[in-house]
Every structure is written in C-alpha cells, then in structure tokens.
Ligand binder design. Structure first.
Ligand code: NAG
Ligand code: NAG
Length: 146
C-alpha cells in the first residue's frame, strides 16, 4: 500500500493551485471612490482601507466633474513621500491628470511596481481638496503570483 502522494501527483496539485491563484488574480480596474467617484468631502483613506488589497497591474480610474461655477476643479497628483502626503504639500508633486482628464470614462493609472507606496491627492481649491476635502489616499500595490 502506498501512502501519500507521488512526486508527479504533488506537482500536478502544485501547478493546479498556482493556476487557480493566477486566475483569481486577473487585473482589476478599480474606480477610485466607487460610485462616489473622485470628489470633495468623501473619505478616500477610509475607502482605500475598506477596498482592501490592490495588486500590481490593477488600474485605478479617477472620474471627476469638469470645472464648473460651483466647485473648484479637481485633478490627480502623485505626492513624493509620506511627509508631503500628511501635509498636503504639492511641492515636488507630479501632475498625473489635469482638471479635464477625469471627464467621461475618467483617467486611468496602471500600478506597475510592487511594494512602492503611491500617494495620490487633488490640489484643487488651492490645496483645499486635499486638506479639507479628504481627496487623498495611498496604496501599496502587492505583487502577483505569476
Ligand atoms: C477618514 O477615514 C479614516 C479611516 O477610516 C479615519 O481614520 C479618519 O478619521 C477619517 N477622516 C475624517 C476626517 O473623517
Ligand atoms: C489637460 O490635458 C489634456 C491632455 O493632455 C489637454 O488636452 C488639455 O488641454 C489639458 N487641460 C488643461 C486645462 O490643462
């Protein structure tokens, strides 16, 4: 009587498990804020926490209204580090999407590097979007098993 798995059986199981894992990790397209989109006054830190892990190759989509008479225009910046993120300091920040690029299907940003934190914020209203409007969050893209 043979106990346990043969090496071949073990390998088949391993490959099957790896394939299932890869399949369950197909890249996602994630609308930032969900149905709230990218707007003043919604807590994006809370949204990011509740959304859960975000992986390399996922795409973040920022959708926001074009400039209007009633709200300052929004945008999407990448802040250089945690300090600038906490202070909403846009010195040295990189503009990813200007005030009109969130219209329609929105601005899409693909996550390329694992483990590197990415600090997103809107500088609209002279920084009020970020400071008072909670339009900031960060993600640390997790690697995929492939
Ligand atoms: C936003 O959500 C985070 C995480 O849930 C929470 O710690 C923080 O206090 C909230 N900020 C505001 C201004 O409500
Ligand atoms: C925003 O960027 C788009 C695409 O690069 C450009 O066509 C448009 O003129 C820019 N709008 C503003 C207000 O800078």
């Amino acid at each position: 009587m043979k106990m346990g798995l043969s090496l071949a059986q073990g390998l088949v199981l391993l490959v099957t498990a790896a394939t299932m894992l890869a399949a369950s990790q197909a890249a996602d397209t994630i609308v930032v804020g969900g149905s709230e989109n990218w707007r003043y006054g919604f807590n994006y830190t809370d949204w990011a926490l509740k959304h859960g892990p975000i992986y390399v190759n996922d795409k973040l989509v920022f959708k926001y209204d074009p400039p209007s008479g009633t709200t300052p225009p929004h945008n999407v910046y990448l802040l250089p580090n945690l300090g600038s993120f906490i202070k909403c300091d846009f010195k040295g920040a990189t503009l990813l999407a200007n005030e009109t690029q969130g219209i329609g299907s929105g601005f899409e940003y693909a996550l390329v590097n694992p483990w590197r934190p990415l600090y997103f914020a809107s500088s609209g209203g002279n920084g009020a979007d970020c400071k008072d409007g909670m339009m900031k969050f960060f993600v640390v893209p997790l690697p995929r098993w492939q």
